[in-house]
Design a protein around this ligand. Structure first.
Ligand code: NAD
Length: 326
């Protein structure tokens, strides 16, 4: 059966994940309205889509109510890396909370489906591994990461309250570390930091002893998960973990990046930032069962594409990551 043509709003559409999502939606025939305040997103990310007859960009801040006509909303607007979300913590929590209220209000008025880009940060520094969706988290409400973690937790609460109170058709995805081309060059995240340092032949900075683990999901896999969650039966509200369960230590990642870039960089160690989780790995059983989804792109393959992207940026003389928390 042919899919019905949809009008889709992507908030944060000029960001890393948002721009890849807009591309996929356009490719499958949807009308895409990309909304962004360009805090961390950029025109470069959406440049290849500008001029497409079914693509529109709108400069708007999600903390301000919005009146447009759409069938589906992907709510991605929010700075996502510590250097960005700690830059203006009050604005971060406003974006997470007021943004959720405004987009849920819009979904309610339009009877539209709405998907929230939540995060594994709702689990805080977890005490159980891997994390399943029913784990309630170990979150510091007053630390430097709280504006993001608690903002996202409150947004999830709002999603479920709008569902219970107003019957809004909601989906909540808890995203684990995702990487790929168009990651922000100054976001201080571990993959972009390591690649940039390796390409420049600078020392690779590891925080702590490098034995903390992370799992890394390639962006195309994540976007596929978003689409499956949005298209799933209304009973599948989530929260659903989306991420890659393959686990690597930060030191293993550093060595892999050095090898793949052919860099002469050495590894240097710095103190661990406050509230930095020691281990984070998704249990994706729920996504496997309900969405028939699992990541397909291995770290080496995803890193190759990401290294190519950063290499091209470097050759163009674009700004590259500065040192920051992972
Ligand atoms: N990338 C990941 O690994 C990851 C992990 C967990 C959750 N997420 C979530 O996914 C979403 C997208 O993350 P990303 O990695 O693409 O980050 P990103 O910073 O590249 O994208 C966020 C986008 O939101 C925009 N934005 C920020 N505040 C806004 C506001 N008030 N109004 C309108 N637009 C605003 C930014 O300009 C940017 O384009 C975020 O909600 C983030 O919390 C991402």
């Amino acid at each position: 059966m042919k899919r019905a043509h949809k009008r889709v709003l992507v908030t944060g559409g000029a960001g890393f994940l948002g721009s890849h999502l807009c591309e996929r939606l356009l490719a499958r025939g949807d009308d895409v309205l990309c909304l962004d305040n360009f805090f961390t997103g950029s025109r470069d990310n959406v440049l290849p889509m500008i001029g497409h007859p079914r693509f529109e960009v709108m400069r708007h801040d999600v903390t301000v109510p919005l009146f447009v006509e759409v069938d589906e909303i992907y709510n991605l607007a929010c700075p996502a890396s510590p250097v960005h979300y700690q830059n203006n913590p009050v604005q971060t929590i406003k974006t997470a909370v007021h943004g959720a209220i405004n987009m849920l209000g819009l979904a309610k008025r339009l009877n539209a489906k709405i998907l929230q880009a939540s995060t594994s940060e709702v689990y805080g520094d977890p005490t159980v591994h891997p994390q399943t969706e029913d784990y309630r988290g170990n979150v510091n409400p007053i630390g430097p990461r709280s504006c993001y973690d608690e903002g996202k937790r409150c947004a999830e609460t709002l999603f479920f309250d709008y569902q219970r109170q107003n019957k809004v058709n909601i989906r909540v995805a808890r995203i684990f570390n995702t990487y790929g081309p168009r990651m922000h060059p100054n976001d201080g995240r571990v993959i972009s930091n390591f690649i940039a340092q390796a390409l420049r032949g600078e020392p690779i900075t590891l925080f702590g002893d490098g034995q903390q683990t992370r799992s890394f999901c390639y962006v195309d896999d994540l976007v596929e998960g978003f689409l499956r969650l949005m298209d799933s039966d209304a009973s599948v509200t989530g929260p659903v973990n989306l991420g890659n369960p393959a686990e690597f230590t930060i030191a293993e990642l550093a060595r892999l990046v050095v090898e793949m870039t052919g860099s002469a960089s050495r590894l240097v160690y710095r103190p661990l930032p406050q509230d930095d989780p020691k281990q984070r790995r998704p249990d994706i059983s729920l996504a496997r069962e309900t969405l028939h989804w699992a990541p397909t792109i291995e770290l080496r393959e995803g890193l190759t594409r990401t290294i190519d992207y950063f290499d091209a940026l470097l050759r163009r003389g674009a700004p590259l990551p500065q040192l920051a928390a992972q």
